[in-house]
Design a protein. Structure first.
Lengths: 478, 356
């Protein structure tokens, strides 16, 4: 194939992949696997997801009043054109499994050609069940226990995955699904706790991502049998679905003053995961997006990719203007190396460059992502920290802001699933603080305290999900 | 028995992931059979970390209810021993015992009594009365500036376990105006021991209780097993030491890892002798009969180091300790329990009678 034809083909492929995408399609889809389903009016939801080859269920669900989405693995996508219920579908979700990105894009193109009127979305199946992890590992051959020094609670959060997806597949709202981690006999029998469902819904809403939520077969069957306890559980889930759907999707971009430059999930995932864990507001950029105008809001850059000449110039310019750039794991000849270096950590050197500096960390992958994340947070001068939490080792907070609006929203998720009293400090001065939760509704007024360009307040009780609306003041400027 | 072995390995630092991989392999090698009996596993965030309990019972609901009751006990003790909660018994003590003897709940009196015993045993290396120093360095860990030597020295002069006086049956008095108690090095262990009491009173005899990975307490053994196999912290990722717990406990202490991007150093384990974070290449794991003892001794033995620590281990019945550094230095001491090393070398006296 000639290079011109190849270029044209790639261009068409890219356009076809991008055009039908619906960035505003932000929702939680319940994944139903049982042969029958209660009517949509009874369930109080309008959309449902089923496997692509469950034709009878697709037909039934459609008849019951649902908009039905079908999940299809890449390998089975060609067979999907043969199913007889295409007209009953409202959308298709493509599960890439272990397929290569090129194969996924090709399949996406085929599906969008075959179903031009249906939204076809790509699922990220690398997600984990959001949870506060323990140290015990339950396996088929026993219970593994490894002793360690006391550590902060380990949180399995999908924020890093979502931020990486936003950079790598910008035309689509990140969409993910996870398998429940049911490790003991009681859980396998009963299914996830109610709080586990609520946490999953809360997380997707707080991070402005789309979620496919697997309902445990027992819960599905209990709902079908009109079990009162099951309906009580489901009504709680619905309350959280409503709360998440009220997340202001027009609240703007997540606030971020740390830029992460990477072109792959590898090498950067764990450090980025720990950034999320330590409430470091970050945004992921690909190397091709490393231009001065894209770096204006950042105070720090963490670079995992090897920069080309243009990217190197952007990094040097960023540091010269007062930023701190941390370059992870690559060696080369760069302009800042003409400045005198001073040792930083064990495997790092620091160069003063203009008003800022560049730190080169030679280890890749990062040997200790936990320490690295704490280092990155400490590199930010105190007056540049966008958000700080106390008494919140199990809480992830994401601030959102529309520039120029004078308003900010902070989404809070507590992975411990039990009420916490959380102290919050947000950069900027706000006079009005309103707090809402799925349990209490909107809104309780909180008392702000202004201190040195920051607003402090106390969230009285954060069980799983909470949303803080800040207004009437001056958001942080950089 | 005391044996020293120094092994140097290339530094390899993938930590938990690698440890777990090793653990899987080790389980396969030991021929561990699948846990066929049903068990319940629950976790709870308390005392700033994750507590977990795995328990086998006559029925799943029985085990589940018993675990919930054990967690309630830990929550109750948090309300007694927390230095973060302003309304805890410890916080009240820290506010008022400088001016007059303060009556405290029995659990607080008991844990302070135990702690002072370890302080005397270790010549002050274990010290719960260094709260102000701990707080100073905690702030540095959070990103505040590193404290000056003068600040640390000023605080060091007025803290110390000798400044805590017990007045039986239930009162405590501070003999210095700035001393404060921090139970971070013993409180979780004490809570595990009391939680185990609750499980026993509920009729359970096979359980593993874990406070954030740093203190683990075993009751009995899983069905069909000799004990609960625990893989010990190994900064070198090369040794994979293990211990088989049966009605016993293990705790691990290690200083906060040094910064990757800065030469400033902080740490959460403070040496009472210097007033600054301890500098040691070792992680230490300590095996004892109770979680209170293992928790207290692991910090103590980290601060004492292997050379001085071995004498302490020899002087305390049913105790073993292992020190391992990232570069592969390995030292083991025992007055009873075995610490299992992968090459078949076993350190410690044979105690097969306790491993059924």
């Amino acid at each position: 194939m000639s290079s011109r034809k190849m270029f044209a083909r790639k261009t068409v492929l890219t356009l076809v992949c991008l055009l039908p995408a619906m960035p505003g399609w932000s929702k939680v889809l319940l994944h139903w696997t049982q042969p029958s389903v209660p009517p949509a009016a009874t369930m109080g939801i309008k959309e449902i997801l089923v496997f692509w080859d469950a034709e009878a269920l697709i037909r039934t669900a459609h008849r019951q009043g649902y908009r039905v989405y079908a999940e299809v693995p890449v390998a089975m996508a060609p067979a999907m054109v043969r199913i007889s219920v295409q007209n009953e579908l409202a959308g298709i979700v493509l599960n890439p499994g272990d397929s290569q990105p090129g194969q996924v894009d090709q399949t996406l193109l085929q599906l969008r050609s075959a179903y031009p009127r249906l939204p076809v979305l790509v699922l990220d199946a690398k997600a984990k069940q959001p949870q506060m992890k323990g140290q015990l590992v339950i396996k088929k051959d026993g219970i593994l226990q490894v002793s360690s020094p006391t550590a902060q609670p380990w949180i399995d959060s999908n924020l890093a995955l979502i931020r990486l997806d936003q950079a790598f597949r910008p035309a689509q709202t990140p969409l993910y699904e996870f398998q429940w981690d049911l490790d003991d006999s009681l859980q396998r029998e009963q299914g996830p706790d109610t709080a586990d469902y609520l946490l999953a819904v809360a997380e997707a809403g707080a991070f402005h991502a789309d979620l496919i939520l697997d309902l445990h077969p027992k819960l599905q069957n209990d709902l079908l049998q009109n079990n009162t306890a099951a309906w009580a559980v489901f009504n709680q889930i619905k309350r959280y679905l409503a709360f998440s759907s009220r997340a202001d999707k027009d609240a703007g971009q997540p606030e971020a003053n740390v830029g992460v430059i990477t072109d792959t999930y590898q090498n950067s995932y764990e450090p980025v995961n720990l950034f999320a864990r330590h409430n470091i507001p970050f945004r992921v950029l690909k190397t091709s997006d490393l231009r001065p105008q894209n770096l204006e809001n950042f105070d720090s850059l963490v670079v995992f990719a090897t920069p080309d000449e243009r990217a190197t110039a952007a990094i040097a310019d960023f540091a010269a203007q007062g930023g701190i750039a941390v370059l992870v794991g690559w060696r080369g000849s760069y302009p800042w190396q003409s400045a005198q270096s001073v040792p930083a950590g064990e495997h790092s050197v620091s160069y003063a460059w203009g008003k800022g500096r560049v730190i080169e960390l030679l280890a890749l992958p990062v040997t200790d992502p936990e320490v690295f994340a704490q280092d990155v947070r400490r590199l930010l001068e105190k007056d540049k920290v966008l958000i700080s939490l106390w008494n919140a080792l199990t809480t992830v907070a994401v601030p959102y802001r529309v520039p120029g609006s004078g308003k900010e929203v902070v989404e809070l998720v507590n992975y411990a699933q039990e009420p916490l009293r959380v102290q919050v400090q947000v950069k900027g001065s706000f006079s009005s603080i309103l707090y809402e939760t799925p349990e209490t509704g909107c809104c309780e007024s909180l008392t702000p305290v202004q201190r040195g360009g920051f607003t402090e307040f106390v969230v009285p009780s954060l069980r799983i999900a909470g949303r803080v609306h800040l207004a009437g003041g001056t958001p942080a400027t950089r | 028995m005391w044996q020293t072995m120094t092994v140097r390995f290339m530094r390899w630092n993938r930590r938990l992931a690698v440890s777990l991989t090793c653990a899987s392999a080790a389980l396969a090698l030991t021929g561990a059979s699948p846990p066929t009996a049903p068990f319940v596993h629950k976790k709870k965030y308390v005392m700033g970390t994750v507590f977990e309990i795995v328990a086998y019972g006559k029925s799943l609901p029985q085990a589940s209810v018993a675990i919930d009751q054990a967690f309630q006990e830990i929550l109750r003790l948090d309300q007694v021993m927390s230095d973060y909660k302003a309304d805890s018994a410890l916080s009240r003590l820290n506010r008022s015992a400088h001016s007059h003897p303060e009556s405290v709940p029995p659990d607080l009196y008991r844990v302070i009594e135990e702690a002072l015993r370890y302080s005397r045993l270790s010549g002050g290396k274990f010290d719960i009365a260094v709260g102000p120093l701990v707080n100073l360095w905690k702030a540095a860990l959070r990103g505040d500036r590193t404290p000056s030597t003068a600040e640390a020295e000023r605080l060091r002069a007025c803290v110390g376990y000798q400044n805590v006086e017990l007045l039986p049956p239930d009162r405590v008095r501070f003999l210095s105006p700035c001393v404060q108690i921090d139970l971070g090095a013993i409180g979780k262990g004490y809570a595990l021991d009391r939680a185990a009491d609750v499980l026993r009173s509920s009729g359970l005899s096979r359980a593993l209780l874990n406070a954030g990975g740093s203190t683990i307490l075993a009751m009995g053994a899983p069905p069909g097993r000799a004990g609960w196999l625990v893989h010990l912290r190994d900064p070198s990722n090369q040794v994979d030491p293990q211990v088989m717990l049966f009605d016993s406990s293990v705790s691990t202490s290690e200083q906060t890892q040094p910064s990757l991007l800065s030469q400033e150093s902080a740490g959460h384990i403070i040496d009472p002798d210097t007033g600054v974070p301890a500098r040691t290449p070792f992680a230490v794991s300590t095996v004892t009969k109770t979680a209170t003892a293992s928790d207290a001794l692991s910090t103590t033995l980290l601060l004492m180091g292997p050379e001085k620590g071995r004498d302490l281990v020899k002087g305390v019945a049913d105790t073993a300790a292992i020190w391992i550094s990232a570069d592969g230095q390995l030292k083991v001491a025992s007055s009873g329990p075995q610490i299992l090393l992968p090459d078949g070398m076993q350190v410690g006296q044979e105690r097969q009678n306790r491993i059924r």
